[in-house]
Design a protein around this ligand. Sequence first.
Ligand SMILES: NC(=O)c1ccc[n+]([C@@H]2O[C@H](COP(=O)([O-])OP(=O)(O)OC[C@H]3O[C@@H](n4cnc5c(N)ncnc54)[C@H](O)[C@@H]3O)[C@@H](O)[C@H]2O)c1
Length: 377
Amino acid sequence: MLSLDIGHSAQRFSEYRVMRTYRVLVIGMGKRGLHHATFFKANPRFQLIGVASRDSGRLQGAMSKLGNVPSSSDARALALSTKPDLFCFCTPPSVRLDMLKLGIECGAKLIAFEKPVALTSIELYAMRDLVRKAGVKAVVSHQHRYGVHYRKVKEIVGSGVLGRVHTVYGTATGWMTHMLSHLIDYTCWFNNYAPAAWVMAQAAGRAKFTDNHPSPDYIGGFVQFDNGVHGVYECGAGAPDQPEVAKWWGKNRMGAQGTEGFAEVLTNGGWRAVTKSGGHESGEGAMNYELDMPPYIQEMAEWLDDDAKVHPCNFENACQGAEIMLALQRSAAEGGQVTLPLTAGADEQAMLQAKIADRPVLVSCEQNRKEFGLASA
Ligand SMILES: NC(=O)c1ccc[n+]([C@@H]2O[C@H](COP(=O)([O-])OP(=O)(O)OC[C@H]3O[C@@H](n4cnc5c(N)ncnc54)[C@H](O)[C@@H]3O)[C@@H](O)[C@H]2O)c1
């Protein structure tokens, strides 16, 4: 009788664990904040307990879509009064460290936020120290990887049919602070997050330094990974067009080459591979928030349930990519190769702005001329 009771309690405890809902607060109600709030609200494992934005117009717009959710223009007051399990912020790249501190201060068990991790390595290391010291889980939104075409390329690379993988690569016509974080994260995923040993890069063009994703107009560089794989990246006005892809922000190509073939994904243009045994193969796929956000959100609940189910977009992996991205910027500003890991923080934005010549960037295609505010040829 006694053992039956214990069994019953254990079953009830496991049911409680399965059904447990986590209370979520989302800060920033722009495009991505509204996406996050919408998909947390749609997932039964989460309860959206509040949203905040400094911009009352955006907050009103969000409320009309989210329905009856507590809202505030004061993120700090809302966080400290509600004490969410999950603190999510979707703010511009210049707003990171203070939000992370607030997430820790309000006692959240998981902090979810947007790429890029940080604009400078000073900020990156401050954030990393805080997360490690607090022991809080953190996730960065590199959610494109859930796309069927991204997963297919990862599967092909991991299957061994490419032979010895020697190169990973990523290009995007969108500018650095928007896109380089994505390119590096997915190619590091293809390369099983092997650490990087050194980088070298060049950059040109000053037009996008005033953007809210401040960037040189064009950056290109190399990464040597410890496992012998070489990374090649280009981002911005000089990066190659992908004429197969109509949507300008989707003209991103990421892949891996080996001794027996290659496999690559186009963000808005499916996937393709050529291998010795399989010949030419290809398939559909286009980046889609409706498809990518639900599993990204669901895996946060699973990590909160179980420490062993580490989220694929975990902060430590994102930091590895962020450090590579910032080292590339340092190299572009200072010249020469930069050893990884970096030994001290610096302000890479200031370094680039001090060094990049005031000459218009040269473009790879007519559409880039328009996107970078240059007169037509
Ligand atoms: N993962 C992806 O696919 C993807 C796609 C687009 C954008 N992003 C990233 O998402 C982030 C947000 O982009 P967005 O397009 O939603 O921006 P947005 O400009 O549309 O919205 C930003 C929101 O943050 C609020 N905000 C700004 N400063 C704040 C502060 N100090 N405190 C509180 N709120 C503040 C603004 O009022 C606004 O509501 C950026 O880092 C961007 O790079 C990621």
